[in-house]
Design a protein around this ligand. Sequence first.
Ligand code: ADP
Length: 449
Amino acid sequence: MFDKILIANRGEIALRVLRAAKELGIATVAVHSTADAEAMHVRLADESVCIGPPVARESYLNMPALIAACEITGADAVHPGYGFLSENARFADMLAAHNITFIGPKAEHIRIMGDKIEAKRTARRLGIPCVPGSDGGVTQDAEALRIARDIGFPVIIKAAAGGGGRGMKVARGEDDIVVALQTARTEAKAAFGDDAVYIEKYLEKPRHIEIQVLGDGKGHAIHLGERDCSLQRRHQKVWEEGPSPALNASMRAEIGDVCAKAMQELQYIGAGTIEFLYEDGKFYFIEMNTRIQVEHPVTEMITGIDLVNEQIRIAAGAELSIKQSDIVLEGHAIECRVNAEHPSTFRPSPGRIQSFHTPGGLGVRVDSAAYQGYVIPPHYDSLVGKLIVHGRTRNECLMRLRRSLDEFVVDGIDTTLPLFRKLVRNQDIQNGQYDIHWLEKFLAAGGMD
Ligand code: ADP
């Protein structure tokens, strides 16, 4: 096992990793920018190193500074959390060259899944169902038109290097496609420095359903059920729950099995998420994330498995300690991402938290690095904390979520708490009847007015 883990992240996920490491008896090193000197992850770690100025490019994304921090402190492993360098194959290679373990999959698998065209090709080879579309990248207008006619309009043009919902354009008919292709390519170049794009059938009313997997690279891989992340704004997840209100046990077992087998064949190491769109009883692969995800606590609440603990043990060379038959889903869990944003305009609201009171009681978990008096810096994402609630049934979970949201106090900044208080009382949400466009429509119709 490792002696000391350096956590190359900040905020609630840095705390999450720190907690898992402490439970395993492993020493922790926090890194921070000058803007985060007072942050909770710095206070709770055994040691901390300042790695640069506020701008992430020069601190949390600064690979040489992170390697130097490992060498100064003698850390023998790095956990990247999510975001920042978590899906950077070059960072994984660089750590390996310095004899430091990257707590995550092989660089090769990060590389494949980071290129969405390559990812889709690999998924198809592994027997994972995909959205119909181009076989690879598309450069010529005529070729784009031919493929679009072939699969039928509407189509969506997506960046091969995409992420965070950026660089996607929908074309509804032949007149749109040339412009959509051009815009998608320009946006992709600006956002990712790579203008490769591909075409997919645009699904009109799908749900976003993703399967959590774990593999040990030694021939074992399992799935831990699904999360339904259909409630999104600008392709960003807002509310996640598991199990999905749209699946039954046999559908779950079927898609879960396909994913577990694929990961076994790939000899995948660590935690990963295979994301699908789901429409009319069919699953369509869109991408795989080769890291721990923001919404991983949903799965932890219904399986009782500590996913970060598993990541660390597997990275240290252990075999999977859990078999597929050990995974029993109990009850229902919902996560709300509480952001420092205005609840209807979504304008970021950094600043000082005047008072902070988190809900508690049976089945309630708050993952947050915030505290009373904490100043949310303007330089990073706007997540204040995640409220995760568990109940024996979906109804019990909703009831508990409603009272937890009413208990939650964050004063001094705007947060999205009022949005969740509306959502939990909404009939469609209570019925579990929503697709990926539901939230945008709700907001456009003045749901928050
Ligand atoms: P990113 O990596 O940028 O998040 P994804 O491929 O994961 O991109 O897609 C993000 C979201 O965009 C999905 O959850 C869904 O809401 C929407 N989306 C992606 N592909 C399609 C598609 N073929 N049809 C309809 N919506 C899509």
